[in-house]
Ligand binder design. Structure first.
Ligand code: F6P
Length: 343
């Protein structure tokens, strides 16, 4: 078989482990030829590719990022996008394509498969952990470790200076990184996109800590967290090809607002892309490898339009349609665990 592979959307620790697994399993067990497309959907749109071999993918397992490059190119932003992709796959005599990505990449993969009959399989990645139909996406564990370590470090400096430290973590629509790093790092306030926050309540929690003799606080805020309407002004950002606003800035706003309202010295730290860079944790390497092997097998079974998913401890194939129907966000019940530890 001749199989294409691409990585799309924001990069994520573990992408190279999936690529390596597809190459190793595909070539060694199935006798495949693997073609890697560069920079997400730009690769198959423009025919920009390279052959991947066992030799060319040696040593990539612990490497962050993606050897194929990535982009947020949306193939449906061009009228002839699906046709160009089909033609380029045909030119390269590919039997199908494995698209490794998050909500946007998988959404495009699903449309290409269901509306245009292109043989595409998905593999779920994102540090945000917000893809439905899988319990976990690879990359999340690494981002969580980075965020937790940062909170641990900020604790000691916050305590020494009797300051409020606001830690802005990633999470556009889902607060998994904020919630889990807040739980793991002992955050005193945790703000997630799923639950618009009330700045009065944030300040009440911090004041309560002070009244109990704890003169420092850690506020963990997801970049996509928003104040309740009419309670605090925030600036709008630019929009990308998939219509997502470029976030960042809520930490800074909270810093100003907390200091203004409470008079406590406050500092904001934006973790940003540090959470996405660098070597994946062992957990992410293993999950990514299992996904890659399952995707290679699925291609050989002709299971186009599906995606390997973690269900409990098992890897199962799920329909891409189910994976992209809606985002997997934090429910009030899941957030409730944190409530006993706030303030
Ligand atoms: O989708 C993953 C993610 O890391 C989000 O958490 C974040 O909002 C976004 O990507 C940032 O994208 P970019 O790297 O394009 O600024």
């Amino acid at each position: 078989m001749r199989v294409g592979v691409l990585t799309g959307g924001g990069d994520c620790p573990g992408l190279n482990a999936v690529i390596r697994a597809i190459v190793r399993k595909g070539i060694d067990a199935h006798g495949d030829t693997i073609i890697g497309f560069r920079d997400g959907w730009r690769g198959p749109l423009e025919g920009d590719h390279e052959q991947l071999t066992v030799e060319s993918t040696r040593g990539i397992l612990p490497r962050g990022g993606t050897i194929l490059g990535t982009s947020r190119t949306n193939p449906f932003k061009r009228d002839d996008g699906p046709e160009r992709i089909r033609e380029n796959l045909e030119l390269l005599r590919l039997d199908g394509l494995i698209a490794i990505g998050g909500e946007d990449t998988l959404g495009a993969a699903h449309r290409l498969n269901s509306d245009h009959g292109v043989n595409v399989l998905g593999v779920p990645k994102t540090i945000d952990n917000d893809i439905s139909a899988t319990d976990v996406t690879f990359g999340f564990d690494t981002a969580l470790h980075v965020a937790t370590e940062a909170i641990d470090r900020l604790h000691t400096t916050a305590e020494s200076h009797h300051r409020v430290m606001v830690v802005e973590v990633m999470g556009r629509h889902a607060g998994w990184i904020a919630l889990y790093s807040g739980l793991a790092g002992g955050g005193d306030v945790i703000l997630i996109p799923e639950q618009p926050f009330d700045i009065d309540e944030v300040c009440r929690l911090i004041r309560r800590r002070h009244s109990r003799g704890r003169f420092f606080s850690i506020v963990v805020v997801a970049e996509g967290a928003i104040p309740k309407e009419g309670t605090m002004e925030v600036a709008d950002g630019e929009v990308d090809e998939f219509g997502h606003v470029r976030l960042g800035g809520i930490g800074q706003r909270l810093e100003q607002e907390i200091e203004r309202r409470l008079g406590f010295e406050t500092r904001a730290v934006v973790l940003g892309h540090i959470q996405r860079g660098g070597t994946p944790t062992a957990y992410d390497r293993v999950l990514a490898t299992r996904f890659g092997v399952a995707a290679s097998d699925a291609a050989h079974e002709g299971r186009w339009g599906t995606m390997p998913a973690l269900r409990g401890t098992r890897i199962e194939l799920v329909e891409l349609a189910d994976a992209v129907a809606e985002l997997r966000t934090v429910t009030p019940e899941e957030f409730a665990v944190a409530e006993a530890f706030l303030g």
